[in-house]
Ligand binder design. Structure first.
Ligand SMILES: Cc1ncc(C[n+]2csc(CCOP(=O)(O)OP(=O)(O)O)c2C)c(N)n1
Ligand SMILES: [Mg+2]
Length: 341
């Protein structure tokens, strides 16, 4: 396949009607995706609530508005593929199958958390679930993801590393170094830019020079594509196509996802850099849960049927919180376990 064929033209353009995509997904698969997105949404809302109540310490970055990305990516992953991301990672962790309790306990610094209550919000991790974190240094995960891709190649296991980064992280030097090496060594990596419009309070237009972010791999011969972030079915389709292409070509690729976060950068964000109108418009028009619910309604699913997923999600999250709240803190001796000395 030539480079030109691999470029965006060969992939679905954003904005296509949902029904043209994801032909291999059944209605039940789609409902499962809706259920997962509801869990992430209600989980994140609960985090916001209990953070304010002082039950979570440290940094906490919510992914409300971006739920479709982690759900579609996880669904598209093959059995050997790996995933790595930055600190806005609750969605990816839940989509990879970590239980709401494992994630909630981690956030609350409790035993039973996915990192034994010693990592917190930015350091969720679960190797068995092929989820390699959870990283607090902007852009650091791009180098680590490239390393995971090298391991896939070295072990010849057919896996691809899905490496997530934010729009702000695309300005990091190690992202460019990573792309250079990935291209030079033909590494099976998919760089996924979750472009939510802002790096903390700085708009993309004020931080990133040059052309669109999905073209940032071009100097290295890495083709890129752009897709909307509110349509989980289209995202699933694009992820599946790109993973398959990387598997057959053994070449890295780049995907930019046009998304929006409905909450602040972290829990301590006064949000003065955007208008109420911009936020309201995004909430009304770019909510991935609404987009999929509307599609399923068009296909004959009833409101009551779909509302169930929300109710079940609320119950699961409340249960996870109650368990995590009651769980003990890690013992002081465990502080010396699982560290490199
Ligand atoms: C190397 C480094 N520089 C700065 C920071 C502080 N910081 C934390 S998040 C962030 C913004 C990153 O924005 P983006 O990559 O767009 O991701 P988003 O938060 O939008 O998901 C910054 C500058 C950091 N954690 N690491
Ligand atoms: Mg951003």
């Amino acid at each position: 396949m030539t480079l030109k064929e691999l470029l965006s033209e060969s992939l679905p353009e954003s904005g296509m009607p949902l029904h043209q995509h994801a032909p291999n997904l059944s209605i039940q698969d789609m409902k499962n995706m809706l259920a997962e997105m509801w869990i992430i949404r209600r989980f994140e809302e609960k985090c916001g609530e209990i953070y304010t109540a002082g039950k979570i310490a440290g940094f906490c970055h919510l992914c409300i508005g971006q739920e479709a990305i982690s759900v579609a990516a996880s669904q598209a992953m093959g059995p050997k593929d790996t995933m790595i991301t930055a600190y806005r990672s609750h969605g990816q962790a839940l989509a990879r199958g970590l239980t709401p309790f494992q994630v909630m306990a981690e956030l609350m610094g409790k035993e039973g958390g996915s990192s034994k209550g010693k990592g917190g919000s930015m350091h969720l991790f679960h190797i068995e679930r092929l989820f390699y974190g959870g990283h607090g240094i902007v852009g650091a995960q791009t180098a680590l993801g490239t390393g995971l891709a090298f391991a896939h190649q070295y072990n010849n296991d057919g896996g691809v590393c899905m490496t997530f980064l934010g729009d702000g992280a695309t300005n990091q030097g190690q992202f460019f170094e990573s792309m250079n090496m990935a291209s030079l060594w033909n590494l099976p990596v998919l760089y996924i830019i979750e472009n939510n419009g802002y790096s903390m309070g700085t708009a993309v237009s004020r931080a990133c020079s040059g052309g669109p972010l999905h073209q940032r791999g071009m100097p290295f011969g890495i083709p890129g594509s752009l897709v909307k972030g509110d349509d989980v079915l289209q995202l699933y389709d694009v992820f599946t196509t790109m993973l398959e292409t990387i598997r057959t070509t053994s070449r890295p690729m780049l995907l930019e996802i046009d998304t929006y976060r409905f909450k602040g950068h972290s829990m301590s964000d006064p949000g003065k850099y955007r208008t109420r109108k911009e936020l309201d418009e995004a909430r009304s028009n770019r909510d991935p849960l609404l987009v999929l619910s509307n599609y399923l309604k068009e296909r004959g699913e009833s409101d009551d049927d779909l509302d169930q997923f929300d109710h079940q999600a609320k119950e699961k999250v409340e249960h996870a919180f109650a368990m995590a709240d009651a769980a003990p803190e890690p013992s002081t001796t465990s502080l010396w376990e699982d560290i490199l000395r």
